[in-house]
Design a protein around this ligand. Structure first.
Ligand SMILES: Cc1cc2nc3c(=O)[nH]c(=O)nc-3n(C[C@H](O)[C@H](O)[C@H](O)COP(=O)(O)OP(=O)(O)OC[C@H]3O[C@@H](n4cnc5c(N)ncnc54)[C@H](O)[C@@H]3O)c2cc1C
Length: 79
């Protein structure tokens, strides 16, 4: 049986982002297991909107950092 240091279940935005940032940090032994197709879950149906208004400071901070990541993704897509 093959073994991996990290196994991620689900190839939506969360699983793919975790895999992406782990490999950016130098981890190369990562497996993403997807039952259907990458992005076939909620991710494929998303409108891609990024909210900036929330009711708690923590949610606002998550959203702010998400916007930074979205800009990184846009730059990667343009390459
Ligand atoms: C119509 C719609 C519009 C939306 N619009 C927005 C928006 O504008 N802005 C926003 O921020 N969010 C939006 N969302 C929410 C956003 O899409 C989700 O929060 C996000 O995509 C969830 O990502 P995820 O990776 O957690 O889940 P998913 O994208 O659902 O990925 C989970 C994956 O896991 C796989 N899976 C499940 N079980 C297993 C298993 N046992 N083995 C292997 N694979 C498995 C599934 O096939 C799926 O591909 C929207 C959602 C919908 C439905």
């Amino acid at each position: 049986m093959e073994r991996f240091a990290t196994v991620i279940i689900g190839g939506g935005i969360v699983g793919c982002a975790v895999a992406y940032y782990l490999t950016e940090e130098g981890e190369s032994d990562v497996l993403v297991l997807e039952a259907e197709e990458l992005g076939s879950g909620s991710t494929g149906g998303s409108f891609g909107g990024v909210r900036q208004q929330f009711s708690t400071p923590l949610e606002i901070e998550f959203s702010r950092r998400g916007l930074d990541l979205r800009l990184v993704g846009r730059d990667l897509h343009a390459q």
